[in-house]
Design a protein around this ligand. Structure first.
Ligand code: SF4
Length: 160
């Protein structure tokens, strides 16, 4: 996301809610049509991988007759655009953004892309290792160890 967020296309997309004005005091977003998106309710969702997250749901006060409607929302006629915000996720992204914008950590990250990403790519795409199936630091370390052993064995067999 960090790389995507740096792109002009992302920053200039006025329908991307990340570019919308947010008034923290009133907890209100403002859309490109200058309508307010007001807090509606909290929601808890569990994704396909089984992770549960807490979200805040906002809804536009009035999308009817909006000239941007077709570019902004797929909501059916009579329904208004909703915005679902995961506060923890946004906080975490902000933390990482600050780290990556820093000169020192940024250069480590750039090196990491070429050194490490290939290994993660192989783990995720070829071995389908996309999450840990155990809990607890030592068990996770073991599981990671087995996965990396598979990576090394592959390298070994490819080179012999
Ligand atoms: S569709 Fe609704 S949220 Fe989107 S720009 Fe129009 S009024 Fe705003």
């Amino acid at each position: 996301m960090y790389i995507k967020e740096q792109k002009k296309k992302y920053k200039q997309n006025k329908f991307n809610s990340a570019n919308w004005r947010y008034n923290e005091e009133n907890d209100v977003y403002t859309c490109p049509n200058e309508k307010r998106l007001l807090f509606k309710n909290h929601s808890v969702r569990t994704d396909k991988a089984g992770f549960t997250g807490e979200f805040k749901v906002y809804e536009c006060e009035d999308c009817s007759g909006c000239p941007f409607r077709s570019s902004c929302t797929k909501a059916k006629e009579g329904k208004y655009r909703k915005l679902i915000v995961n506060g923890k996720w946004e906080q975490q992204k902000e933390y990482v953004r600050a780290k990556l914008s820093d000169e020192k950590t940024g250069s480590i990250y750039r090196r990491r892309k070429t050194d490490v990403e290939q290994v993660f790519g192989f783990l995720k795409a070829d071995l389908r290792f996309i999450r840990f199936y155990v809990r607890g630091k030592s068990k996770v370390e073991n599981e990671m160890g087995y996965a990396l052993m598979a990576v090394n064995l592959r390298k070994y067999t490819a080179n012999n």
